[in-house]
Design a protein around this ligand. Structure first.
Ligand code: PAF
Length: 278
């Protein structure tokens, strides 16, 4: 496995890499959710590039950029063991040199749900992902279903900007009690960790209602909220949404393929999760 930290080194190493080429962008602090992306990408491509970059432009001023978990040596070991060919791990200066001032704005899609609570977040995500696509020029790029809005945003960028690559969604990896794996789970105290599966259980309550024939989206949203409100350690519910998975428009009537999603705060940890109705 080769590691490039500069853009010229990345370009040189990419010259000799066989295609099709899969890309797994990450912010490091890897867990089984990332490894599921890597494993799928490994199976589907001749070559595999992963990136490790804690992207400062997708963090708000009050968010956890400085405390975001980082362990590059461990991440590199994991990527090596999973057959990654090339890792790009740039510095912030390499990605955003002095004078950088071009942004990818995804419009309304980035302003709702997560975007409403994290202003500018998706501008940062869209910009860095577009840069990574331009730098690596992958045939396929892999993202977790757990970040359902991010997935919708990235699909939209690829479509609207004709980037000509395939975006592959990979199912959420969960702990045995249902908690979706996330680098931020590391912030949870033992009692908060015990409470956290309420997020998945609440989504499942809506899915059960849906499976029993309920189509009124307000009732499904209320069911998710009722589940979350039963857990005293849930301090804030940012949203409980039933939306079209691509447009993210809130629905009156739920239909197959709709995304039920939530964001809550437990202590200092913000947890997001979603389920697709089938
Ligand atoms: O999902 C993430 O880890 C990040 O948002 C991404 C896609 C690597 C962009 O920084």
């Amino acid at each position: 496995m080769r590691v490039a930290t500069s853009i010229p080194d990345l370009s040189t190493l990419l010259n000799s890499i066989p295609r099709p080429l899969g890309l797994v962008p990450t912010m490091g602090a890897l867990h089984d959710g990332h490894l599921a992306l890597v494993e799928k990408a490994r199976r589907e491509n001749q070559s595999l590039v992963a990136t490790i970059f804690v992207n400062p432009t997708q963090f708000g001023p009050q968010e956890d950029l400085s405390g975001y978990p980082r362990d590059e040596n461990r991440d590199l070991d994991m990527l090596r063991q999973h057959g990654v060919d090339l890792v790009f791990a740039p510095t912030a200066e390499e990605m955003y040199p002095q004078g950088f001032d071009t942004w990818v704005d995804v419009g309304a899609l980035g302003d709702r749900l997560e975007g409403a609570h994290r202003p500018g977040h998706f501008r940062g995500v869209a910009t860095v992902v577009t840069k990574l696509f331009g730098l690596v020029r992958p045939d396929r790029a892999y993202f977790g279903q757990k970040d359902g809005q991010q997935l919708a945003v990235i699909r939209r960028i690829v479509r609207d900007l004709n980037l000509g690559l395939e975006v592959v969604a990979v199912p959420t990896v969960r702990d045995p009690d249902g908690l979706a794996q996330s680098s931020r789970n590391a912030y949870l105290t033992p009692s908060q960790r015990k409470a956290a599966p309420v997020v998945y259980r609440s989504l499942c309550r809506a899915k059960t209602l849906w499976s029993n024939g309920e189509r009124d989206a307000d009732k499904l949203r209320a069911e998710v909220r009722a589940g979350l409100e039963g857990e005293p350690l849930v301090e804030t519910i940012d949203y409980a949404s039933v939306a079209h998975a691509e447009s993210l428009d809130e629905l009156d009537q739920a239909s197959a393929g709709a995304m039920v999603s939530v964001a809550v705060r437990i202590g200092r940890t913000r947890l997001i999760d979603n389920l697709i109705l089938e």
